[in-house]
Structures are given as structure tokens and as C-alpha cells.
Design a protein around this ligand. Structure first.
Ligand code: PEP
Ligand code: MG
Length: 589
């Protein structure tokens, strides 16, 4: 935001995991290291050691069950499932039976033997070159720490007993750490590691706690008691900022709160320009638990339901029934408003560990999204059946990601027709005329948009990937992030091409990439003629406000000027200056 002066030395840039700004005191959370002594035991003590171990296991089991219930009630069963995995770890024979056998054999104390079993199992799991297994290594450590604490008789340090409001700093936060966070006391958090799709980041968003992850070494730079600012909007942390910065952030925070309050009044108003042009505002969701937020911010439907999260961080693929229940829940909660459900989009930076796929040199250009589904009809079939069954409970539309050719789209539609036939035979109800759409996010799809438009009833522009593939800029590589520019003339021209092709074929076209939810671009997108915009629920009111404060005529003139420019820099300067003139909440990019 314009006007915030940042002293480079105490500012750390990470990944924004959850939006919002908080100023507060740092609390360093490092689950204290447990000292494990090693000593020989008498043969007569073996039984006693085993009993101690069994008591510790039982106590740990109870703790995990309590946590699982608590989390299930607070933010939903999907997140609580992680503790089902923790309970399974407690039953792993490498941790239990092997430990007992080793105590009998070696005659060493149980803490020592258990910590050795723990190290062996963790090492084995982490040596598998796969992000899923690396994550499971953390789960094993988490469960093991609990058992050890219960064995050595100390209560594990948790985040539940905090006496004052704090901002938590940690190397990483396990799902159980996040679950124990006392919402009123933990007002923000920051971690050294983690990405946008880690469990921790997902939970931060579900709990609506501002958070920044992937900061590198923030825990080394911050000291307990330091005054810190978590700027979840920009993904930065400021340690001991000077008074002037605090003052500026406090003003921004006040403005932000007042602005949010004002925006809340827009909830039930339409996204309608002053000259009565209507545009639909939808929400993007990753998990069904986000639905209350969607309603709170006044979305007119779900424009993108990313279904990947049902598949990630799980030991098995989700069954048809599990998927059906999740999709049906979303559709029923939103009815009669429409839900666009996107079929599985894994590959790229999200991996399915169950498939044992060969590691790819360029996973974003590899077996991703629709390509993976077409290559694994068994997986695709189950999802299509679950989607179709859920379509009987509200207004559900289906959308295929990363379509790059007509052949791919036709194949995907054939699978859909087959699934319909099967369901008819099996006697399930579904919407026979379910609308089918595609994401336009690959340059080849832009160039054949007129042909694709004849095959579907809607387009949705995925700018996150469209920018990556059009400008050849890896969307997750921080070294080239400055080149990732939605205002590049090539991107603006592509968007125009897509919209014109859609409208010529009389189909609707929306946008669901991050560009749709950034109010800097709203006037451009309006002027370009999009029918709908889909964004993170929290972004809806601001975008709506901008639409209501302009006319379609103005927006079209604005786009006309922009299209006469030949460089991204020129466009950027022009957009920046006009934004500063027009809006109270000013953004800098
Ligand atoms: C996109 O690419 O713009 C998009 C919305 O999909 P995702 O970010 O899930 O790839
Ligand atoms: Mg995409």
C-alpha cells in the first residue's frame, strides 16, 4: 500500500498464507526439546518399562482423540482427518511392537529405545523422494514427541495456555499445533517453512488468522517480546518496526477495518455499474468449510471449486462416496446459487503420492490436470460419477482444467457421457443437462478459443496459469516473480481474444485466476466485457465497490487507452496513476 515505509533490514518477505494485518508481540514457539537419557535396565524391570510405554501410548491416543474432536467441531471434519492418520501412526508396529521387542533384547530404558525406533521410521519415510512422504515424516515426529513427553512425564508445551495476545513464530507448525491455537490469543503467525497449500496455511485461512509462511529464517531473526507486524496481505513480516511505520500500519489497519465494515454493507447489493451493467461475482473455494465465508461476503455462486484438496495429504484416493458427500454438501449449501466444480488438477506443484508417477523434469508442462485424468480413467471415472450424483442436489456445473486441444475436451466429454450411462444403469439421479465448461489457461486454448467455444457452455479464464504459460514464467519461482505481470500486453490481448470468441459463440466467459480478485484490475476486466469474476471470498466486497462506482462506458474507454500502449511498464504506470486518483484504498504493485 502506498505510503508504508519499510526498513529493509527488519522486513522479511514470505508467502502470504492468510490475509489481514496484525501488530503485536512475538511469541517463539519451539516445542521444547526433550532430553532422553539412556541407561541399562535390569531384566526384572523390563515388564515395568513395557507397562510405562503402554500407559504413555494410551495417554497419547486420548490426547489425539480430544484434539481431533475439538478441531472437527471448530473448523470441520476434513481438517480433523489428519489426526486419524496420527492415530494410525500410533499403531505402527515399527513404533510399538519393535520397541517392545528391542527393550526385551537390549535391556535399555524405554525412552531411549522408543526414540531410536522413531528416528528409524522417520528416516525411512523421509528418504522417499516424494513431498507426501516428507510431510508424513513430520506427522511421525509430531506423534513421537507426544509419546516421549508422556513417557518422561512432562506436559507438552502447547499454545492453549497463552495468557495474552501474541503472534506465534515457529520453524513450522504441525496441524496439531495449529489446532490447539487459542483463537483469541493467537492473533497471527509466521513460519520459516511451508507453502500456500500446506495444512497450516489452509487452516490459517479457515481460522481467519493473518499468517505468512515460507520466511526462511524468521525464527532466528525475531526475539520473544519483539513488536512485530504480520502483513498477510503482502506476505511480509516487520520486526521491531520504527514508530513511523507502526503509526502508518495502525492507520492502515484502522482504514482497513473501517473499509471492511463499509464493504460489509455491500453484501446483498448487486455488482452493477452506474449505467446498469451487471457482472456476476463468484467465489473460489478449496474446501467445503469455506462456504460460510462465501455467504458472508455475498458471492452469487462458486466460480471455482478446486477439488484437489480432497486428494492431497491422504493415504488413499478419495472414494466415490467421500467425494459425493463433499460435492453434495457444497451444492446444497449454495443452492439455488450455481457451483462450478473443477475436475482434479494435480501435477505441477501438487502431487498425488498414491500414483507412484515418475518424477518429471518440468511438472508444470507434464502430466497435469486433464492430462493426468485422461491417462488415469479409473481416477477420472470415480470423480465424474461423484460430481454427476451431486448434481441432483442443486445447480452444479462441471469444468475441465488445462484443456489445450479440442481432442482433449472431446475425450473428457466422452468420459462424462460414459459416467452418465453407468449412473443411469445403476439407478442414480443426476442432472442430464449438466453444463460443461473449460478453463482457458494454456496459450493453445486461447488461439483455438473460437473452436472450443462451440463445444462448451462457458469459459473460465485461469490467469494464474495463463500468465505462466504465455510469458514463460514459472508461477512459483520467486526469482522471476517481478516478471509475472498480468498487465503485459500479451495477457490483455489473450483475455480479449477469449472474451470475443466466447461472445461470438453466445457462451458466457468468466475469470477465476487471482487477477479477477485484485481490485487494481477490476475496471480493465469490466471494460473487456467479462460476464463474471470469481475470487477468494474476502476480495469480493472491494471488487464490488469498484464496479458500483464506475460505468461500463468509462471502463471501455479506459481499456481503449490501455490497448493503445505497447509495453507492460507503460500500462502499469497508467493503471497506478488512475487507481491513485480514483480509489480511497490505494494499492501498489
Ligand atoms: C488459474 O490457473 O488461474 C487457476 C484459477 O487455477 P489454479 O490456480 O488452481 O491453477
Ligand atoms: Mg490453473
Amino acid at each position: 500500500m502506498a505510503g508504508i515505509i519499510m526498513n529493509e533490514s527488519n522486513t522479511l518477505k514470505g508467502i502470504s498464507a492468510s490475509a489481514g494485518i496484525v501488530i503485536g508481540k512475538a511469541f517463539i514457539y519451539s516445542p521444547e526439546d526433550i532430553v532422553i537419557s539412556k541407561y541399562s535396565i535390569d531384566i526384572s524391570d523390563v515388564k515395568n518399562e513395557i507397562t510405562r510405554f503402554q500407559i504413555a501410548l494410551k495417554k497419547t491416543r486420548q490426547e489425539i482423540i480430544v484434539l481431533k474432536d475439538k478441531l472437527g467441531k471448530e473448523i470441520g471434519k476434513v481438517h480433523a482427518n489428519i489426526f486419524t492418520a496420527h492415530l494410525l501412526i500410533l499403531d505402527d508396529p515399527m513404533l510399538t511392537a519393535d520397541t517392545i521387542n528391542e527393550v526385551k533384547k537390549s535391556k535399555f530404558n524405554i525412552e531411549h529405545v522408543f526414540s531410536q525406533s522413531l528416528a528409524k521410521l522417520t528416516q525411512m519415510i523421509e528418504s522417499v523422494d516424494d513431498p507426501y512422504f516428507k510431510e508424513r515424516g513430520n506427522d511421525i515426529k509430531d506423534v513421537g514427541r507426544r509419546v516421549l513427553k508422556n513417557l518422561v512425564g512432562k506436559n507438552r508445551e502447547t499454545l492453549v495456555d497463552l495468557k495474552e495476545e501474541v503472534i506465534v513464530f515457529a520453524k513450522d507448525l504441525s496441524p496439531s499445533d495449529t489446532a490447539t491455537m487459542h483463537k483469541e490469543k493467537v492473533i497471527g503467525f509466521a513460519t520459516d517453512i511451508g507453502g500456500k497449500t500446506s495444512h497450516t496455511a489452509i487452516m490459517a485461512r479457515a481460522l481467519q488468522i493473518p499468517a505468512v509462511v515460507g520466511l526462511g529464517n524468521v525464527t532466528e531473526k525475531v526475539t520473544e517480546g519483539d513488536i512485530v507486524i504480520v502483513d498477510g496481505n503482502r506476505g511480509i513480516i516487520l520486526i521491531n518496526p520504527d514508530e513511523e511505520t507502526i503509526k502508518k500500519y495502525s492507520i492502515e489497519l484502522e482504514k482497513f477495518i473501517a473499509f471492511e465494515r463499509e464493504l460489509a454493507n455491500l453484501k446483498d447489493l448487486k455488482a452493477q455499474t452506474k449505467d446498469d451493467y451487471l457482472i456476476k461475482i463468484n467465489a473460489n473455494i478449496e474446501i467445503p468449510e469455506e462456504i460460510p465465508l462465501v455467504h458472508k461476503h455475498g458471492a452469487e455462486g462458486i466460480g471455482l471449486y478446486r477439488t484437489e484438496f480432497l486428494y492431497l495429504n491422504k493415504p488413499n484416493l478419495p472414494s466415490e462416496e467421500e467425494q459425493f458427500n463433499a460435492y453434495r454438501f457444497v451444492v446444497e449449501e449454495m443452492a439455488p446459487k450455481p457451483v462450478i466444480l473443477r475436475t482434479l488438477d494435480v501435477g505441477g506443484d501438487k502431487f498425488l503420492s498414491h500414483l507412484n508417477l515418475a518424477k518429471e523434469m518440468n511438472p508444470f508442462l507434464g502430466l497435469r490436470a486433464i492430462r493426468l485424468c485422461l491417462a488415469h480413467p479409473d481416477i477420472f471415472r470415480v470423480q465424474l460419477r461423484a460430481i454427476l450424483r451431486a448434481s441432483a442436489y442443486g445447480k452444479l456445473k462441471i469444468m475441465f482444467p488445462m484443456i489445450s486441444s479440442v481432442e482433449e475436451l472431446k475425450k473428457a466429454k466422452e468420459f462424462l457421457e460414459e459416467a452418465k450411462k453407468e449412473l443411469k444403469t445403476d439407478g442414480f439421479a443426476f442432472d442430464e443437462n449438466i453444463e460443461v465448461g473449460v478453463m482457458i489457461e494454456v496459450p493453445s486454448a486461447v488461439l483455438i478459443a473460437d473452436i472450443l467455444a462451440k463445444e462448451v457452455s462457458f469459459f473460465s479464464i485461469g490467469t494464474n496459469d495463463l500468465i505462466q504459460y504465455t510469458l514463460a514464467i514459472d508461477r512459483i519461482n520467486e526469482n522471476i516473480a517481478h516478471l509475472y505481470n498480468p498487465l503485459h500486453p500479451a495477457i490483455l490481448r489473450s483475455i480479449k481474444l477469449i472474451i470475443d470468441a466466447a461472445h461470438k459463440a453466445n457462451i458466457v466467459v468468466g475469470m477465476c485466476g487471482e487477477m479477477a480478485g485484485d481490485s487494481i484490475y477490476t475496471s480493465i476486466l469490466l471494460g473487456l466485457g467479462l460476464d463474471s469474476l470469481s475470487m477468494s471470498p474476502i476480495a469480493i466486497p472491494e471488487v464490488k465497490k469498484i464496479i458500483r462506482s464506475t460505468t461500463l462506458r468509462e471502463a471501455k474507454d479506459y481499456v481503449g487507452k490501455i490497448f493503445a500502449m505497447s509495453t507492460a511498464d507503460e500500462v502499469k504506470k497508467f493503471v497506478n496513476s488512475s487507481i491513485t486518483k480514483r480509489y480511497t484504498v490505494v494499492k501498489e504493485f
